[in-house]
Design a protein around this ligand. Structure first.
Ligand SMILES: Cc1ncc(C[n+]2csc(CCOP(=O)(O)OP(=O)(O)O)c2C)c(N)n1
Ligand SMILES: [Mg+2]
Length: 617
């Protein structure tokens, strides 16, 4: 057999292969990789760096400031694209590589695709130990990059140039598979990056990847239909899978045709517009009173594309109906069978359509549907109160959310957030319209995702206004991709809520009987309080900045900075103690069984009572 070959280095083969992977979006063939984020060091500059240079016109390389930041931006790009397109990230060895491990875990938890290409030690071992090489005394095969193994859906170390052929095929399968989707790490030994090989030309043939829509198994489908037909009080939990399957229209039809209320998880919020009469809003620990009242009584829960994490299930104490049945409509069996669920392994869109056909004219009893609508009206009154304007010197997060909501007007916006007190408040209160307009990383809830994530979203959706809401703590942890956003002309608007510390953890500490200790800056071991000037800090990176002293000033600053072409940062001081009281649910956070503090002992008593509502098994 005489295969035509082309002589390339391993890194050149990777680069060329990436440019040949395509997908179809809105009927058009587009590259599936949106670009490569790169921070070079000795572990990748000569090999991967040279290769990326040669393809820079086809697949752009972006210089970031921090490896975790760039990988977070790449992951946000994939999430904003509903996993249909994604990016690659390349680093040097050692610290550069390990800075990406947190991001790998973030993508792993959230089931988001990203191709991580950390450099690795010399496969030939000749210069060992190379700068930044960790040395295991008992195992010659270990390198720092082994840390990626438990947080990658697929991991391979490339120690010979031809190994990249099956590794890249496998990588593409994982990145594009709706069930297995997650981070792929190909650890590229630095000498091998530069080694040449005669690659078959066919390896670089263009390939088009379109999402696989798995149809349900007929027996599982029959069980799901029979279960729903017998339901008196059904609800639908809309998870991230609804968005990734682009099944919003099908979900709306399903809910309307069968009169079933919909509640949304953090990843699933914006599956239906907030104005949809059957959208009850957020569910669980940060749920609306409407969603949670229905969830408590529901006899059948159709969970669509949800991991059913503890915030959704109120640590499994939310659903109180004795005869509760969960139907797990999910592409991934691991999720579909959770909590003794009746699995329905299928794509969300396909599954909803098939169940709906099978249900025929079934409708939930009208009293249930009407009750849902009344609960929603009551909730909206509470929400309006929480987000109304104020002249308070230290407004609440909810009041800031109200101002941002009013200022965005009718414009196409995407809201980005990840950690702190804001995710709970936004889950309850943010009025999401189009699918994907609410971008919350609450699978790993990674402080520092917000700014970098905003950059990734803007690269994915250049026509959308991107608003990042971030706490002072998260901002301090990782903010340097502000500089990247300015370099790339990718404008984001950052609203920074400064409550001088870790407000949400301070509240959690108090709720579990703890002393105010080490969360708010005033409660830390310190000689001087820093009094951080966030506007000056962001301004030094080139951002347009404003420090505002009230909600009306915030609204004015949002209107002004909307006219600016550059990334803008608006800082407002907020109250660390106020949250929206309406809605919400208990969350399982273990309180110490013995303590010198009477407050802890009292909190433990409440905790033990609350545990009695928890479903087990
Ligand atoms: C990387 C990381 N470290 C620690 C945590 C735990 N944590 C969650 S929220 C939070 C405090 C966030 O502070 P800030 O951004 O100021 O928001 P606030 O709680 O004040 O609203 C901490 C420490 C986390 N989620 N991520
Ligand atoms: Mg804070």
């Amino acid at each position: 057999m005489s295969q035509k070959t082309v002589r390339l280095t391993m890194a050149q083969a990777v680069a060329r292969f990436l440019t040949r992977q395509m997908t179809i979006i809105d009927g058009k063939r587009v590259p599936i990789f949106g670009g490569v984020f790169a921070i070079f060091g000795h572990g990748n500059v000569a090999g991967v760096g040279e290769a990326l240079y040669s393809i820079r016109e086809t697949l752009p390389t972006y210089r970031a400031q921090n490896e975790q930041g760039m990988a977070n931006a790449a992951i946000a790009f994939a999430k904003a694209n509903f996993r249909r397109r994604f990016m690659a990230c390349t680093t040097s060895i050692g610290p550069g590589a390990l800075n990406m491990v947190t991001s790998a875990a973030l993508a792993h938890v959230n089931r988001l695709p990203v191709l991580l290409l950390p450099g690795d030690v010399f496969a030939n071992r000749r210069p060992d130990p190379v700068l930044q090489q960790v040395e295991s005394f008992g195992d010659g095969t270990i390198s720092a990059n082994d840390c990626f193994r438990p947080v990658s859906r697929y991991f391979d170390r490339i120690t010979r140039p031809e190994q990249i052929i099956p590794a890249l095929h496998r990588a593409m399968q994982v990145l594009t598979d709706p069930a297995d989707c997650g981070p792929v790490t190909l650890s590229l030994c630095q000498d091998v990056q530069a080694e040449a090989y005669d690659y078959p030309e066919s390896f670089f043939d263009e390939k088009v990847w379109v999402p696989r829509r798995i149809e349900p198994d007929l027996d599982e489908l029959a069980t799901a239909i029979a279960t729903l037909k017998a339901a008196k009080k059904p609800i639908i939990v809309a998870g991230g899978g609804v968005l990734y399957s682009e099944a919003s229209a099908e979900l709306a039809n399903f809910a309307e045709k069968h009169g079933i209320p919909v509640v949304e998880t953090q990843a699933g919020k914006s599956s239906l517009p907030h104005t949809h009469p059957l959208n009850m809003g957020s569910v669980g620990v940060t749920g609306t009173s409407a969603s949670n009242a229905l969830a408590e009584e529901a006899d059948v829960v159709l969970a669509v594309g949800s991991r059913l994490q503890d915030f959704t299930t109120g640590s499994w104490a939310l659903f109180k109906n004795d005869g509760l049945k969960i139907i797990g409509l999910n592409v991934q069996p691991f999720d579909a069978g959770k909590h003794n669920g009746l699995p329905l392994i299928a794509d969300a869109r396909a599954g909803l359509n098939r169940i709906s056909s099978g249900l025929g004219g079934y409708k939930a009893v009208s009293a249930w549907t009407e009750r849902a609508k009344a609960e929603k009206t009551a909730w909206l009154e509470s929400a309006d109160k929480a987000t109304a304007t104020t002249n308070a010197t230290l407004p609440s997060d909810a009041q800031v959310i109200g101002a941002v909501q009013r200022a965005r007007g009718g414009k196409k916006t995407t809201l980005v957030c990840a950690a702190g007190g804001l995710p709970g408040e936004l889950h309850k209160l943010w009025q999401a319209d189009a699918p994907g307009s609410y971008h919350m990383e609450y699978g790993f809830s990674t402080m520092g995702y917000e700014v970098a994530g905003g950059l990734g979203v803007k690269l994915a959706k250049p026509d959308s206004d991107v608003i990042v809401m971030v706490g002072d703590g998260s901002y301090m942890m990782l903010n340097s991709e502000i500089a990247s956003s300015i370099m790339l002309g990718a404008k984001i608007t950052i609203v920074l809520l400064d409550n001088a510390g870790y407000g949400c953890i301070n509240r959690l500490q108090m709720a579990t009987g703890g002393a105010n200790f080490n969360n708010l800056l005033k409660d830390t071991h310190h000689v001087t309080l820093p009094g951080i000037d966030f506007a000056a800090h962001a301004g030094a990176m080139g951002a347009v900045t404003r420090k505002v002293a009230s909600i009306p000033e915030l609204e004015a600053a949002l209107a002004e900075t909307a006219q600016e072409p550059r990334t803008s940062v608006i800082v407002i001081d907020t109250d660390p103690l106020i949250t929206t009281e309406a809605g919400g649910h208990w969350w399982d956070v273990a309180v110490p069984e013995v303590s010198e503090r009477s407050q802890v002992t009292a909190a433990r008593e409440d905790y033990e009572k609350a545990l009695q509502s928890q479903r087990f098994g």
